[in-house]
Design a binder for this molecule. Structure first.
Ligand code: ZN
Length: 126
């Protein structure tokens, strides 16, 4: 769950991204009157992936980034895990590339770490 203000901010940022994308493509087309359909599509595709990647990242983080209020325990040994911050993870997906910041926990006993799913989906690991 996120605040109404955060939600409005995310929406405004994403729509701003779309508007910028439109203006770039419009300007490119003005400068390339003889461009083929494929050439136009090659301009559109990477921008579409960037825009959809941003939307996907927003939606994936809509219910938080996996930081738990209560202590998280190791599934293997049951000991309490150490919180190690929220590193950025690059996720590649058909819809686009994005960076997600997810909470990371480490078990010193098992010497292994996890990104708890929390209530946010683990994108790209299906
Ligand atoms: Zn453990």
């Amino acid at each position: 769950m996120q605040s109404q203000r955060q939600s409005e901010e995310n929406k405004r940022r994403w729509l701003g991204h779309l508007e910028q994308m439109y203006e770039e493509l419009y300007a490119w087309r003005e400068a390339h009157p003889a461009a083929s359909f494929d050439e136009i599509a090659r301009q559109v595709t990477p921008r579409r992936q960037a825009a959809m990647g941003e939307l996907l990242a927003q939606l994936a983080s809509q219910h938080g980034n996996g930081v738990e209020v209560e202590g998280v325990v190791c599934e293997v040994c049951g000991r309490r895990l150490e919180y190690k911050g929220t590193p950025r993870r690059l996720v590649e997906h058909l819809e686009g590339e994005m960076e997600l910041k997810r909470a990371y926990y480490y078990c010193p006993h098992c010497e292994g770490g996890i990104f708890p799913p929390g209530s946010a989906p683990e994108v790209g690991e299906a």
